[in-house]
Design a protein around this ligand. Structure first.
Ligand SMILES: N[C@H](CCC[C@H](N)C(=O)O)C(=O)O
Length: 279
């Protein structure tokens, strides 16, 4: 039997989302249905589908699930977290400005600010090969990765989801579509990986392009921005507070560069339109 699915279309700096309210009706879309909804020609179109669910543990306000355009469920989405906060506030699903939200990667804390931006405590970054689905014998700042007989130096950081970061001279000329696609599927990443191309402008600013796991290049990647800044800071190339320049604007990332510190990400969240679609 066909049903009508209400949804909200949102984006964070051009990283776009379909948001589904599953607080009263359990979420049950299949990967095939998610791929259909995400298709920009035959569906609604999005990079990720975000699901708002009731919490499964105490002291938490909501559960937040994330599905890539290819239908894969993933651990974390930074731009989506800001849109999630705006969504539940705008829909009067909460009156709080500080929200504790559970994800597959753990609990994150969303702060809706008076200026309309949202600051998210994205948790602690992780680097050990044992913490990231990445095949390596030792822990290092940068790892050699062979792709088509060339060796690239990558920094591997998890924000709950895996990121491989490369430093490039100029993001404009970076081979994001070709090299990004090959590293995403590289055998050393058994769960695939997001691939960030970072240009360091100075110790306080970078430019970033990201080939996202399960999507392709997106206009912005929140966890990718966090991972890139952490990689740059660990290499001594960036300070604790960094502006990340993306296609449609910037994110402010802060990390105190120590093993107990969490990463803070601040930026906008935008609602585009409401709709219903027949499934
Ligand atoms: N493609 C990512 C999930 C979405 C991350 C991104 N949209 C963000 O804002 O963090 C992954 O497969 O881990």
């Amino acid at each position: 039997m066909r049903t009508l699915l209400p949804f909200t279309k949102m984006h964070g700096l051009g990283n776009d989302f379909i948001v589904i309210n599953a607080l009263t009706k359990p979420f049950s879309l299949t990967p095939l249905q998610i791929r259909y909804l995400a298709n920009r020609h035959t569906g609604i179109g999005c990079d990720q589908l975000l699901v708002v669910e009731p919490p499964t543990q105490p002291m938490v306000d909501f559960r937040y699930r994330i599905f890539n355009a290819d239908g894969s469920e993933v651990q974390q989405c930074g731009n989506g977290a800001r849109c999630f906060a705006k969504y539940v506030r705008d829909k009067n699903l909460t009156t709080k400005n500080l929200l504790h939200v559970e994800t597959m990667a753990g609990i994150i804390h969303l702060h809706l600010r008076p200026d309309g931006n949202v600051t998210v405590n994205m948790g602690k970054p992780r680097f050990l090969p044992t913490e990231i689905p990445f095949q390596a014998e030792e822990t290092a700042l940068f790892y050699p990765l062979e792709v088509d007989d060339r060796v690239y130096q990558i920094s591997v950081v998890s924000m709950g989801n895996p990121h491989a970061i490369l430093i490039v001279d100029n993001v404009r000329d970076a081979p994001v579509q070709t090299l990004g696609a090959k590293i995403e599927q590289h055998p050393r990443f058994p769960e695939r990986v997001n691939v960030g191309f970072m240009q360091i402008l100075d110790k306080h600013q970078i430019r970033l392009r990201v080939f996202e796991r399960g999507v392709g290049e997106t206009f912005a990647c929140g966890t990718g921005a966090c991972a890139a800044v952490v990689a740059g800071q660990r290499a001594g190339l960036l300070n604790t507070s960094v502006i990340v320049q993306l296609h449609y604007g910037q994110l402010h990332i802060e990390w105190a560069v120590n093993d107990t510190a969490t990463v803070s990400m601040s930026g906008p969240a935008t609602c585009v339109f409401e709709g219903t679609i027949e499934l």
